[in-house]
Design a protein around this ligand. Structure first.
Ligand code: CP
Length: 312
């Protein structure tokens, strides 16, 4: 776990966009140390005793919320959880008032998931506590991208030079945006594929290739990163039907016969089995989907530790 006294030289972790390659490398290296703790018989260290973290989750979450909670507990931090459905947000309290009230209880760090892009950035400017973005609308999901980079590094021993295909609803995906930014910073080459209505025109600015035909798109890549159709963020039907989406974009074992040998399948979850990914692929030898989840705890431990260290 010791990293020679290094910390992240920033108050908050808001997006991959702001991080340098060196900072990403530091987080990945720290997470590798955290994985060693998670393999011990007693998976807990006293590093953050007396440090308090509030988890403000205003959108549903299984993986992110619970891996943050576990990460905080493994580091011996004290935690409070606030959700929209069980807090005074229901009575009309604003995000800023909620955060200021939580901060008044002497909280050192806030982990925020919110449907509004930029909500963590808004909060970070207005409170002294460190803010970690746990997903803001369709903008960024930096901790997901970092756990994905850790999973890729473990699987291939490197990130530089790999070819990655991201398939699905690129338009509404904060994961796609953060992963593209992270993969490009770490030297990987990225292609995106999906229905034209789900690939935004600004995607070119991120330095990726666009291919609308999945069979052509998957042929030469090392990793296929599958995204779910985000029905909750689509205002109107952006493709004719689920049946048609499955026909053209579902990743199946038959389709994977055209892919490179050893191709790896990733998915951030939650999956829609039988829509963007078949159960045989999700549970098959190609899949590192549960490794991503395991790495989520180590990455979040690393980020919390590196930000907290700067404050102490
Ligand atoms: N990958 C991800 O963000 O999953 P949750 O929505 O369950 O947190």
């Amino acid at each position: 776990m010791d990293n020679g006294g290094r910390s992240l030289n920033r108050k908050d972790l808001l997006g991959i966009e702001e991080l340098s390659r060196e900072e990403i490398e530091l987080i990945l290296e720290q997470a590798e140390g955290m994985k060693e703790i998670l393999e011990r018989p007693v998976r807990k260290v006293p590093a953050l005793q007396g440090f308090t973290i509030a988890n403000l989750f205003f959108e549903p979450s299984t993986r992110t919320l619970n891996s943050f909670l576990l990460a905080e507990r493994r580091l011996s931090a004290d935690t409070v959880n606030v959700s929209a459905s069980s807090s005074s947000v229901l009575k009309g309290e604003t995000l800023l008032d909620t955060a200021k009230n939580i901060e008044a209880m002497k909280v050192d760090m806030v982990v925020l998931r919110h449907s509004c892009p930029g909500a963590p950035h808004f909060l970070a400017k207005r409170i002294d506590a460190s803010v970690i973005n746990a997903g803001d609308g369709s903008h960024e999901h930096p901790t997901q991208a970092l756990l994905d980079l850790l999973t890729i590094k473990e699987k291939f021993g490197k990130i530089d030079g790999l070819k990655v295909l991201i398939v699905g609803d690129i338009m509404h995906s904060r994961v796609a945006r953060s992963d593209i930014l992270g993969l490009r910073k770490m030297g990987a080459w990225v292609r995106v594929c999906g229905p034209p209505t789900l690939i935004p025109l600004w995607i070119d600015e991120l330095g990726v290739e666009v291919e609308y035909n999945l069979d052509r798109a998957m042929r030469d890549v090392d990793i296929i990163y599958v995204l779910r159709i985000q029905k909750e963020r689509q205002k109107k039907g952006l493709f004719p039907s689920i049946r048609e989406y499955v026909k053209y974009f579902c990743i199946t074992p038959e389709r994977l016969r055209q892919a490179k040998e050893g191709v790896v399948i990733m998915h951030p979850g939650p999956m829609n089995r039988g829509v963007e990914i078949s159960p045989e692929v999700a549970d098959g030898p190609w899949s590192v989907i549960l490794d991503q989840v395991t790495n989520g705890v180590a990455i979040r431990m690393a980020i919390i530790y590196l930000l907290a260290r700067r404050r102490r």
